[in-house]
Ligand binder design. Structure first.
Ligand code: 5GP
Ligand code: ZN
Length: 114
């Protein structure tokens, strides 16, 4: 997708602080962190929202969670805990329409979320 910010990061057109790469996913630090660790984990394939996923994407989505587990361990968050969030559409706060898992850690989180 030529006008997609995260596709541009995948293509190297826009720089990012990349901390994890796999065949199917890429992870980089959020530009406006909401916690001491705030990482975005994205699939290499462009999918706009959760609503656009189908059965063929199950392995791809699973790989985002595998990445989250590895990054949490790498960042020293595994034992204390961390949060993973994927917003779907504007009403939930999605602002970039290429699905991404937020991985947040390093502070306490409230429940329910705001
Ligand atoms: P959303 O609101 O769609 O769930 O999350 C989008 C996230 O992308 C936000 O947390 C925002 O700070 C982050 N973001 C927006 N533009 C950029 C950018 O150019 N680089 C990086 N690293 N993060 C970005
Ligand atoms: Zn994209």
């Amino acid at each position: 997708m030529s006008d997609c910010l995260f596709c541009k990061i995948l293509d190297g057109e826009i720089p990012a602080d990349v901390i994890y790469e796999s065949e199917t996913a890429l992870a980089f630090r959020d530009i406006n962190p909401q916690a001491p660790t705030h990482v975005l984990i994205i699939p290499r394939e462009h999918v706009s929202t959760i609503n656009d996923l189908d059965e063929g994407h199950e392995t791809l989505v699973g790989s985002l969670f595998s990445a989250a587990k590895q990054i949490a361990a790498q960042e020293g968050l595994a034992d204390d805990g961390y949060r993973v969030v994927m917003n779907c559409n504007e009403g939930a706060g999605q602002s970039v329409f290429h699905i991404h898992l937020h991985l947040l850690g390093g502070r306490l989180f409230n429940w329910p979320p705001g």
